[in-house]
Design a protein around this ligand. Structure first.
Ligand code: KG4
Ligand code: ZN
Length: 336
């Protein structure tokens, strides 16, 4: 079945065509340059830029894939969670196209799509533990089958990517912060600054990043004193020490989940899954347990239309369609 997937939950508008689980093409209209001056995503700008990019993104996708619009047999679009203005643009475009083409439509949960992004390139092994870490989410799931998710734990405050972005902003490294921190950390000493590791008493599978963020701002203030900016080695050591603490927090909850559940694999997805230090820490967890580590390629870790088309196609093949009255939802837990 040829399915068009549309993702617009935050600042990237991305569309993809998937046929029978195989990706034909993916086109993303990025807005990084529009938001960079503000050090974060400005919702009003994001939705307006999505509107500007809709037609071109679809034309480019059709051109790249060699498929005419009339060949599309189903449409999937993200409907939750995310910035409502941004979600509405992609969702309404998808619903209108489905109505015009008279093909079935499926709304897709953004976190569920991140989870399945790993299977664009890998085989599925049920049951597995999945850690979804992005700019808005840090969630740990027990996945028994497609559509069967149990939320084991989550961050109790900032998301992992949000913490990377905030520390990068504080250090004047630009937006998005994750890749900037990772680059700088390569030259730094991860043991120089002692970041306390989070312990959430209510659930050992929960985690927290706000303490780490506060500690980073205190270290930064002490290092900066009267200087205009940090000395390069101080900046690299701070980035490396923060990254080590953030990765450790994520690896700790993933390791605890693997100890508790008979998982056949560990899946890590979402923007923060691009991080090399996290990938290395996760590999140590799975090697010790003799199970595979399933990671999407970096291009499928950050927001993309491919994961929406892939997830949507599975629902559409099961005949599980959404009504064209489906609305955008800013917050919607998965598996809770
Ligand atoms: O999944 P995504 O594209 O969007 C959301 O759904 O939020 O994730 C974006 C997040 C940003 O916070 C960004 O800083 C983070 O992923 N990120 C990284 C890296 N690349 C992107 N964080 C740490 N290390 C990276 N290499
Ligand atoms: Zn995302």
């Amino acid at each position: 079945m040829l399915v068009l997937g549309i993702e617009s939950s935050c600042d990237d508008l991305s569309m993809a065509l998937v046929r029978d689980g195989q990706l034909l093409a993916n086109v993303t209209a990025s807005q990084t340059v529009d938001h960079a001056p503000f050090g974060g995503v400005v919702p009003e700008i994001a939705s307006r830029r999505h509107l500007d990019h809709l037609e071109n993104t679809l034309s480019l996708l059709l051109e790249k894939s060699g498929e005419p619009l009339s060949a599309v047999q189903g449409i999937a679009a993200t409907y939750a969670p995310g910035l409502v203005g941004s979600l509405l643009v992609g969702l309404n475009f998808g619903k209108a196209l489905a109505f015009a083409l008279q093909v079935p439509f499926r709304g897709v949960h953004h976190i569920e799509a991140h989870l399945w992004s790993a299977f664009l390139e890998h085989e599925t092994q049920f049951p597995f533990v999945a850690l979804i870490v992005s700019g808005g989410h840090s969630h740990l799931f027990w996945v028994k089958a497609f559509g069967d998710y149990e939320l084991l734990g989550h961050t109790v405050d900032d998301a992992a990517g949000e913490a990377f972005d905030k520390v990068a902003k504080l250090m004047g490294l630009g937006f998005p912060g994750g890749p900037a921190i990772e680059r700088l950390a390569k030259q730094g000493n991860p043991n120089r600054f002692g970041f306390t590791r989070p312990q959430v008493k209510t659930n050992p599978l929960h985690t927290s990043f706000s303490g780490m963020k506060t500690a980073a701002s205190e270290f930064f203030r002490d290092l900066k004193k009267d200087r205009a900016e940090l000395a390069p080695q101080d900046a690299a050591d701070l980035a490396a020490s923060f990254q080590a603490a953030a990765v450790d927090a994520l690896a700790t909850i993933a390791g605890r989940a693997l100890d508790k559940f008979p998982a056949r694999a560990l899946v890590i997805a979402g923007g923060v899954a691009c991080n090399g230090a996290l990938r290395t820490a996760a590999a140590a967890l799975t090697e010790a347990r003799g199970i595979p580590l399933i990671l999407p390629s970096p291009k499928f870790c950050t927001d993309n239309g491919a994961m929406i088309a892939f997830t949507g196609e599975q629902y559409l093949r099961l005949g599980q369609v959404s009504p064209l009255t489906l609305n955008a939802v800013a917050r919607l837990p998965l598996g809770a």
